[in-house]
Ligand binder design. Structure first.
Ligand code: NAD
Length: 453
């Protein structure tokens, strides 16, 4: 690991990654890698997560290529010094914010969207002119192997490295000096990453998880809500950081909501979702066992069946939920959806505010004042109103968490800015050099200072 970090640092120090042409070429090569090996990547995603090819294409291929297209298109603009105003007393002078790369960046990714969550931050780091070490998740081992084989074939090995492996390799990497660490995964490891970063005062971005709630208001369109919740929940078999974790619904609407969710599941995945080509699998036996035991926290109103040999868990809606169960204590990160009846929106807000800030929050309502109340009285990494997940698909909305759900945001321009230092530069002219600015501080000068400052 030390020799990888040393190689990249000397590449960075040589200025190799500074020219925009080098950056453009690397971003284009990353895009070519995805396009020319799409079938291999989709196969790997199917092996790891039973990911339907359409889902894999949308979330792990097209998502990345559209981010790459935006970075290539805006490369010059997003790396251009920005002129800012200069106060009168500093004149004659010009002021600029000059974006400069940070140096060598480490990107550590998880297994649930193993291509997107590795390549999008890495691309942002490259577009900003950095060297990058990418560490894919060992849990999605087939995708890690494909990336491990293809990245060195397409990308400049002097500046872009990929290290496969698990805890020992990541620990070793974290012992090296980096100029930024971008970590996506759970909060326990997020703390390990942040503690390691302390040694070199390395800034970190932590993209973590948590229990993302859904508030359903009396005024909500239940059919639309159920379809949008079902899509966001059972995509990738619920293994999405921003998947709806639980639903808070008015008591009087609970049965109707369950019925609409049952209908949506039937429409999306058929009578037996196990046979559906559009439904994924749990990533590992360990996660399967964890989810199966979480099910004890409620009663299945829809789904509930499992097949351990295939790591299959049906899209499951749980009612009569025990608020003190593990189901309501940890992030579910799987296809179980607990429903909790409430008597008012105020109760929903209090429920959410009694817990750590979530990565995402969803509110379904036609009543605008309810939406405004929820937005002003809760905090979350991001929000979609009358939908799920969609806020993270807009590159103009930086994506990230707050508090326990993380720190820092990326996507679009924010995903390049994250890996730049905006260096303030003030350049003075030399034609005028009034002596008023210099000692000795006479009474006359003091009077002028008091007037102009
Ligand atoms: P994971 O087990 O793949 O771990 C993530 C990375 O951390 C891997 O590369 C792994 O090798 C490394 N790692 C694991 N243990 C380590 C240790 N002790 N020291 C150093 N490195 C270690 O993935 P995960 O954590 O199970 O991912 C799921 C979590 O990630 C969920 O909480 C989910 O919400 C969150 N997540 C967040 C986002 C986001 O963008 N905010 C996206 C996806 C997932």
């Amino acid at each position: 690991m030390a020799s990888i970090a040393d190689t990249l640092r000397s590449t960075y120090d040589s200025g190799h990654t500074r020219p925009l042409e080098w950056r453009r070429r690397q971003l284009e090569q990353m895009k070519r890698m995805l396009e020319e090996n799409e079938a291999e990547f989709l196969d790997a995603l199917r092996t790891d997560l039973g990911k339907p090819a359409v889902e894999g294409f949308i979330t792990d291929i097209a998502f990345v290529t559209s981010e790459l297209d935006a970075m290539i298109k805006n490369l010059r603009k997003w790396n251009k010094p920005e002129r800012v105003g200069t106060p009168l007393v500093t004149m004659p002078a010009k002021s600029h914010l000059v974006p400069e790369p940070l140096g060598v960046v480490l990107v550590i990714a998880p297994w649930n969207y193993p291509i997107q969550l590795l390549l999008v931050p890495a691309a942002g780091a490259i577009a900003a002119g950095n060297c990058v070490v990418m560490k894919p998740s060992e849990v999605s081992s087939a995708t890690s192997a494909a990336l491990g084989r293809l990245v060195p074939k397409y990308m400049d090995p002097a500046a872009v490295a990929i290290v496969e492996g698990g805890v020992p390799e990541t620990t070793d990497l974290l012992g090296q000096r980096f100029d930024h660490i971008f970590y996506t995964g759970n909060g326990t490891v997020g703390r390990v990453v942040m503690a390691a970063a302390v040694a070199n005062l390395t800034p970190v971005t932590l993209e973590l998880g948590g229990k993302s709630p859904v508030i359903i208001d009396e005024s909500a369109d239940l059919r639309v809500a159920a379809r949008r919740i079902a899509w966001g929940k059972w995509l990738n078999a619920g293994q999405t950081c921003v998947a709806p974790d639980y639903i808070l619904v008015p008591e009087s609407k609970q049965d109707a909501l369950v019925a609409e969710l049952r209908t949506a599941i039937g429409e999306f995945y058929g009578e037996d979702p196990h046979l559906s080509d559009s439904y994924g699998r749990i990533v590992s036996p360990r996660h399967f066992d964890r989810l199966e035991s979480l099910m004890a926290g409620g009663t299945p109103a829809v789904g509930g069946d499992t097949k351990s040999d295939e790591r299959y868990i049906a899209p499951t809606v749980l009612v009569d939920v025990d608020p003190d169960s593990q189901l309501m204590a940890e992030e579910i990160f799987g296809p179980l959806l607990p429903i909790i009846p409430v008597t008012s929106v105020a109760e929903s807000i209090a429920f959410i505010n009694a817990r750590p800030h979530p990565l995402a929050l969803y509110v379904f309502a036609e009543n605008k004042s309810v939406i405004d109340t929820v937005l002003t009285r809760t905090t979350a990494g991001g929000v979609t109103v009358n939908g799920t997940l969609m806020h993270l698909t807009n590159p103009n909305l930086p994506f990230g968490g707050i508090g326990e759900s993380g720190m820092g945001g990326y996507h679009g321009k924010a995903g390049v800015r994250l890996f730049q230092h905006l260096k303030p530069v003030l350049t003075r002219g030399t034609k005028l050099d009034p002596s008023i600015a210099y000692p000795p501080y006479t009474a006359r000068k003091a009077k002028i200072f008091r007037r102009v400052l």
